[in-house]
Design a binder for this molecule. Sequence first.
Ligand code: DX5
Ligand code: ZN
Length: 212
Amino acid sequence: MSQIIISPSILSADFANLERDIKLVEEAGADWLHIDVMDGHFVPNITIGVPVVKSIKKVTKLPLDVHLMIENPEKYIEAFAHAGADILTFHYEAVKDVPAIVDLIKSFGIKAGMSIKPKTSPDDVLNFLNILDLLLVMTVEPGFGGQSFMEDCAEKIPVIKRHAPENLIIQVDGGINAQTAKICTKYGANSLVAGNYIYKSDDIKNAVQSLR
Ligand code: DX5
Ligand code: ZN
């Protein structure tokens, strides 16, 4: 198994002390920083937007892994790319023309990711795997941190892996902890997002390391 990319989700951080909480995961050995953008339409929650991503960029060297849970993501790609996103992941369910948005993201010289919700079949996205840098398999319904991991979602990973080019990053997000991380990496995931497990832990360094 190649290297696992750990991407702590700042959704579970203290927003009044965001810089401090970003440094904590940076020092703990995180690889990326996962930023959840929600619009109150695609998901029933509102989180953070472009100005916050821009501010985060100034205080960390970690690549910014921006997860767009928004409708019409194509309208905001340029703004998030200029704000400093290194990976931009949109939802398959939110777009009509997948290749067009992938091209748009790549035109800014950054990685293009696509995410699927729990009820979306892996078969729907197999045709797009060779144009993507990352495929995010949601293991909870997107919208909130702290939910329970759904193993049947992770069962999609082997199907995806069978059809994916060698270098596709397969990421999981939702209910990831040391136990569920093991399940996901066994299925073939090589990037793990975790919010609550890391930020609600008494020992953040140990929590990050325990995911590897
Ligand atoms: C949920 C978000 C996740 C969330 C994960 O919609 O996409 O990134 O922060 O939180 P945990 O790890 O607590 O399930
Ligand atoms: Zn996320």
